[in-house]
Design a protein. Structure first.
Length: 398
């Protein structure tokens, strides 16, 4: 065992004592990856007076791994996107839980026709050259994505069937982009894209364990449950926060949080992690006094993607060796189903700005994927924002 020198021991004791004397009461709203990351970072730094208030009867937010057959399937986040500068990958890379995915996909048209592989590949390579979620592009490369529609007309204008398929395929890709980007249309200049991919394999899967594994790793339940951080005791489920009253002049307990079950909690600091959708729908009534205009503008203008999954179990394999399907819809077939489109460009920095008290110290902080400048829409982005806001408090109180 490593020897602890008396000097270090005295310093550590003083630090724990100092923290316990003025230990701030911190409430984290939301137990998704951002909230769990913030809580674990605080606990690891001896901030024990914390509570996580979670509206749902489970933790995880948009990570939702459920048992299905003899493995877990993910109703929410599924892939670890990339390796370099990816906090999820960094946290699990030595645990042998991620596996590379080999894709072989088929593309179907909504008329139930299989689109010829070669033509599908041609289309996708054109579209990929149009949209590459690569943050290293230089500003001059940003062209309104709608311009690329013209490329398709130039290439397939003489062939009605191919043109229709090409246009429908663009629409398919638009949905893929929207789910990353949260902008509302390729045809809007706002689709200028500040999202960044991490280098490396973009489709690492959890080998049947489910994305929930990352929550277990954050909470140190995995790989060794004996190392578990005391986070379960600090997490209150079924606590939907309805109002957050903040008093910028209070020296202590500056924030009072009320839940839909009428329970009330006070805190010195809040880390707010619910999604941009929650802020859009409830943000204007939730904060008393109201959030500053810059924040409300950001909430209004940030878009969000609509991603949905349906998990189906088939008794036998009818799809052969492919493990992926792309579905390209004709306009007519599309009208027969309900689609929702998000709106707005990016105001990430304003969204991430804290609400400060009269001493210019943060009392309400904002984390969650939507507050990340370039890894939004992802779990690794969400975790980084949780760590970011926890670190602000750690630095402020130490
Ligand atoms: C279908 C789908 C697939 C996805 N696939 C991937 C993927 O493959 N890879 C990837 O990296 N990302 C993926 N994502 C995105 C990823 O899931 C999110 O970016 C990430 O979960 C965001 O984490 P978060 O903590 O910011 O927010 P959330 O996960 O949304 O957590 C917020 C928490 O706040 C709680 N909350 C909300 N309102 C209140 C309230 N009033 N009071 C108390 N609690 C409240 C919510 O219940 C939730 O638990 C996917 C998302 C979806 C929907």
């Amino acid at each position: 065992m490593e020897q602890i020198t008396p000097g270090i021991f005295v310093m550590a004791t003083c630090f724990v004592l100092a923290l316990s004397l003025k230990e701030p009461a911190i409430i984290i709203i939301g137990a998704g990856p951002a909230g769990i990351a913030a809580a674990t970072r605080l606990l690891e730094n001896n901030f024990n007076n914390i509570k996580i208030l979670e509206a749902e009867p489970r933790i995880g937010g948009r990570i939702n791994s459920v048992e299905f057959g003899d493995a877990y399937v993910d109703l929410g986040a599924q892939w670890c996107h990339g390796q370099k500068d990816n906090i999820v990958y960094q946290l699990v890379k030595d645990l042998n839980v991620l596996k590379h995915t080999t894709f072989s996909s088929q593309t179907f048209h909504s008329s139930r026709k299989l689109i010829d592989d070669k033509f599908a590949e041609e289309l996708f390579s054109i579209i990929e050259s149009i949209y590459s979620a690569d943050g290293n592009r230089d500003e001059s490369d940003y062209t309104t994505l709608g311009d690329y529609n013209r490329t398709i007309y130039e290439k397939y204008g003489h062939n009605r069937e191919k043109l229709q398929l090409a246009l429908s395929a663009l629409d398919y890709f638009q949905h893929v982009v929207l789910s990353y980007e949260g902008s509302f249309s390729w045809f809007d200049p706002a689709a200028k894209n500040d999202y960044r991919d991490c280098d490396g394999d973009l489709h690492l899967n959890w080998n049947g364990l489910g994305y929930k594994t990352i929550l277990e790793v954050l909470m140190r339940k995995y790989p060794d449950p004996k190392q578990q951080l005391p986070i379960d005791d600090k997490t209150l489920l079924n606590k939907e926060v309805v109002t957050i009253r903040w008093n910028k002049n209070a020296q202590k307990d500056g924030v009072t949080v009320s839940c839909s079950d009428r329970s009330v909690y006070t805190a010195d600091n809040i880390i707010f992690t619910p999604s941009i959708g929650v802020l859009k729908e409830k943000g204007s009534d939730m904060f008393i006094p109201r959030l500053p205009n810059s924040k409300n503008e950001a909430i209004k203008n940030i878009g969000f993607g609509a991603v949905m999954k349906v998990v189906m179990h088939f008794s036998k394999n009818w799809w052969g060796s492919s493990n992926g399907f792309n579905f390209v819809w004709s306009e007519e077939d599309k009208r027969s189903v309900l689609w929702e489109f998000p709106e707005g460009p990016h105001w990430k920095n304003d969204l991430a700005m804290p609400i400060k008290n009269s001493q210019d110290r943060p009392i309400i902080q904002f984390a969650g994927e939507a507050t990340h400048p370039y890894y939004y829409s992802t779990v690794h982005g969400a975790i980084e924002t949780g760590y970011r806001e926890a670190d602000v408090l750690i630095n402020m109180y130490l």
